[in-house]
Design a protein around this ligand. Sequence first.
Ligand code: FEO
Ligand code: CA
Ligand code: CA
Length: 739
Amino acid sequence: MDSTRRSFIRGIASAGASTVAAVALERTGYLDTATALANTAEPSDFSAFRAIAASSADAFEVPEGYAAKVIIGYGDQFANEDGTVLTYGFNNDFLAYFPLNGSDEGLLFINHEYPAPFFQHGVTAAASKTAAQVALEQESVGNSILHVKRGADGAWAVVSPSRYNRRITGAGPVHRFTGPLADNPAYPGIGETAAGSLANCSGGITPWGTALSCEENYQDYIGYGWTAARTGTPDYINGNGSDATTQPAKYGWVVEHDPYDPSFVGRKHTAPGRFRHENTAFRALANKPFVLYMGDDIANGGVYKFVSELPYRPGRREENLRILSSGKLYIAHWDPQSRRTFDAPGGTLTSPTSGTGYWREVAESELVDTNARIAANVGAAEFQLHYATNRPEDVEVDEDGTVYVALTNNSTANDTHGSIRRLREAANDPTSVGQSAQFTWEDYAPGGPSGRADEGEQGFSSPDNLVFDKAGNLWVVTDISSSVLNNPANPNAYHRNNAVFMLPRSGPNAGVAFRFANMPVEAEATGPYFTPDEQTLFINVQHPGEETPNKGGVYGNPQTYTSYWPKGSKTTGQNPSAPIPSLVAITKLPDVEPDPDGDGGTPPPSNVIPAPPTGTPAPGKDGTPARLSFVSAARQNLASLTGGGLDFKLRIDEPATLTVTLYGQLTTRTGRRGKPRRLARVTQRVNVSGDVTVRLRPAATLRVLLRRERVVPATLAVTATDAAGNKATRTKRLSFRRS
Ligand code: FEO
Ligand code: CA
Ligand code: CA
């Protein structure tokens, strides 16, 4: 089966419990979760929210009906089982949830990208630092593995002590290199091992239950003064260009960890190259090469894919743990040109928005400094025209195999707002490579002002990490640089603080970005990740108040800091305190009765700063739920469902958010009717009353199963949530027949 990040837990379920690896996974809770998930028919309504307005407040803001709670932040301590005290690192970025007990208890694998000398010890000039100050910085990067649990009150907390709790830092433990450049005499600066990990930006997961941590801006550490004199090793001053062959090249790799196994030795894989690795996203087809998509987060960096030599074998964990050690790397060659270009910053587009392309092989000799060496070999002009892109941040794979790339921005192309591009492999085969196998691409969602009237729909800018929910909505976090954020002279001033958006991909609002959460001052939202039940969205808040040292901040005098989040608020003046990069859990509050006394309803939890009013709510008949009726007939054509999708018409008498789920029974091979299962779901906002058409389209694997059926008994369940939060649910029996 085809398996992506979104579906991989189900993928493990279907691998069967007969292998040692599956038994091991079962012990960890993976398989329990998977089984529970496969049987669940409970729809998630997390994406049914009223979008919030842009804000420049020093607050983490979420829509009404949601709670955002800080779980842990820089400097907080937690402990291992043996009593070792661990300190949560700085600038948390990537995170992934690995279940121990379904969606209520698990391990969070977290990246800590870079230190902040000003907030950590006050000395920003590299030359003035002491060895102890550099050691403090080294301890603050790398990874945290956190055991977390959701309590009876619904709140998440770190479980401490726990045997799973652990830290990986810039100083250790020892990691082992794998692949063609490991322990290769041609690359003496790589060798067999490296101490720790650093510049851990985003990452990914694998279907065999490991985390991949991406080392991004490894070249910055010379600027932090991590010299041999202070650290005892020259390894942090990494070589680039021709130097990379002989000088240390210990960082800048994709690093694999097993969050479940505290004794696992981190593996730095050389086969996927050394560049500003942002993240990884996979496609895994059983018994076929495993494919990893990656972006090089540098202005005019490329988009890459790694194709493994070994096949992916579902359930055979020990074999799969070797997959990233051998294979070939490829870079995308885009036609007619790779970059989105504009006549001026925030100006008119001057480049095509779609095209074709192919995957060019990366030679082994190019791996150690991938971008620079490819550019040198193909020539700068050719690289700029066909390989360079507008700084690829996150890459994610949709369930149907389409690859989405967040191209964040690129001042050299006058691209202020960035875009989300999507790429479809030749014959939808992830292993397609070479000029004879052309992929197609199109710019799917442009950044920039949308021109829409609603305050919550005015458009995203500078997309960074992406995540799909199970309904297929695309969630996008933004990373406008703090240095230009909220600057009235900048074209993205309209955006105010960085934010989290949700883009439905079907229905009349397809492609519209609904603003879901606002970050505090100068922060970027990173690492969005849902629990399997999609009742919690974890977000890391990175670098709040990061402009403080550039704006006259005085170390030790919090009044001068640009953000006080999360312990205070610069906007209200409450509790001047150092800003702290922190992990936040967003949960949907249980439905509450409409607020009878109009005082705003139940008070939010204490650490949530209430969002400002979000403008005029959509007109609704407060107090009464929307009235729903079905317009389309009960008898439907199976070919629509297994083809482009079934368009079903409903009538509704006020604006609402609709969650429409189709449950159906498939015939088993022995001719028995299976239990009802979910066939398709769509969440759609309706802004006017009247008739609305929803398109229901099962996932590709289900469509294949459905094509074998003659008749499918089904039930359509529709929940409408109006602007006042009132819910109405209607169901209708349907039957699908071959025409
Ligand atoms: Fe660390 Fe690509 O952002
Ligand atoms: Ca990023
Ligand atoms: Ca970024």
